[in-house]
Design a protein around this ligand. Structure first.
Ligand SMILES: *[C@@H]1O[C@H](CO)[C@@H](O)[C@H](O)[C@H]1NC(C)=O
Ligand SMILES: *[C@@H]1O[C@H](CO)[C@@H](O)[C@H](O)[C@H]1NC(C)=O
Ligand SMILES: *[C@@H]1O[C@H](CO)[C@@H](O)[C@H](O)[C@H]1NC(C)=O
Length: 304
């Protein structure tokens, strides 16, 4: 019985030994956070930890991977712009004291351990930098006639993650859809919180007011200055009245010119009419039709 047990145990050891030795001889890396997310101007820790190694002094390198891969830590020291901005922590992790938006990206932690079976290992850390929005750019039409459509724009381009937008009228927040709130029953607008547009399908008198917008994401928010939108009546009665007055004036002028003209013609006729009539065209057809005569006389008056 004892022999059998021993044989079994040795067999088991024989099976496990290569696995165990492989594990012991391999350099292995882990990370407590492969996707750190930090706010701009804060400290970032890029965690890279040696889980197993046989090598007493493994070589450690950090690179920033991108269009151009560059060394962050190499040859036992920080490189280039990183000299005063970063340092190693717990032997292999990288601390960046004051990250900026340009620091986002993939960082590769590489460890070379010559005394291990597989002499190298690497791990990629994806650093995300969140950025507060700055004051958005807002466009509000100054004046819009009642019943027309109108669109107000709000846009912010620095914030990351991309901000969402809320609109305010006279410092009061507006719902995404005017129809969703009894308070805004008389309005007809919708807000796109992703693009920042506030669109009125038909502007009403009550939509007059001071508008502003706030762009916000998980790290902050910023607003644009209030801008006034005025809604005016397209005064139909006034317009018709105005048109009528213009027409009346035009009519009076026309009548005036006509009268003056007729008088003028009459005078010319007195002077020339006889001399025209006395030579007397033999047919005299023209003289029977008075309107023709008028035409004729007009022409003659121009000629003379
Ligand atoms: C962090 O970096 C920014 C821009 O490089 C700089 O304006 C700011 O003063 C720095 N903050 C600290 C605490 O060093
Ligand atoms: C890094 O993280 C960002 C944000 O989550 C993601 O968009 C990007 O695809 C990631 N990059 C890689 C190489 O995984
Ligand atoms: C909407 O308009 C009606 C009629 O003009 C008015 O009686 C009502 O008070 C208005 N409602 C709001 C919320 O302004």
């Amino acid at each position: 019985m004892a022999l059998r047990r021993r044989v079994l145990l040795s067999l088991l050891l024989l099976l496990l030994l290569p696995l165990l030795s492989y594990r012991i001889l391999a350099v292995e890396l882990t990370s407590t956070n492969m996707h750190p997310v930090v706010q701009e101007f804060q400290r970032a820790e890029l965690s890279c930890l040696i889980a197993t190694t046989n090598t007493a002094h493994p070589r450690i390198e950090w690179k920033k991977i991108g269009k151009e891969t560059s060394y962050v830590f190499y040859g036992g020291k920080m490189q280039g712009t990183w000299v005063n901005r970063a340092q190693l922590h717990s032997r292999t992790s990288l601390i960046i004291f004051n990250v900026t938006r340009e620091d986002k990206g993939i960082y590769r932690c590489e460890v070379v351990a010559p005394e291990d079976q597989n002499i190298g290992a690497e791990i990629n850390i994806n650093l995300t930098v969140h950025v507060k929005p700055v004051a958005p750019r807002c466009r509000v039409p100054q004046s819009v006639p009642v019943g027309k459509s109108a669109t107000l724009y709000c846009q912010e381009k620095e914030g990351f993650p991309e901000p969402t937008y809320t609109w305010y009228r006279n410092s009061e927040p507006l719902p995404m859809d005017s129809k969703s709130s009894p308070k805004f029953q008389n309005s007809s607008f919708t807000i796109n919180t992703k693009t920042g547009t506030l669109a009125f399908s038909e502007v009403q008198k009550g939509d007059t007011g001071r508008y502003h917008c706030i762009a916000s994401n998980n790290v902050g928010s910023a607003q644009c200055e209030e801008q006034e939108m005025e809604v005016y009546d397209l005064n139909i009665a006034g317009i018709i009245g105005g048109v009528l007055v213009v027409l009346l004036v035009l009519l009076l002028i026309t009548v005036g010119i006509c009268c003056a003209y007729r008088k003028g013609v009459f005078v010319i006729n007195k002077q020339n009419g006889n001399s025209y009539k006395t030579p007397a065209k033999p047919d005299g057809v023209n003289y029977i039709r008075t309107d023709e005569e008028g035409d004729f006389r007009h022409k003659s008056s121009f000629v003379i």
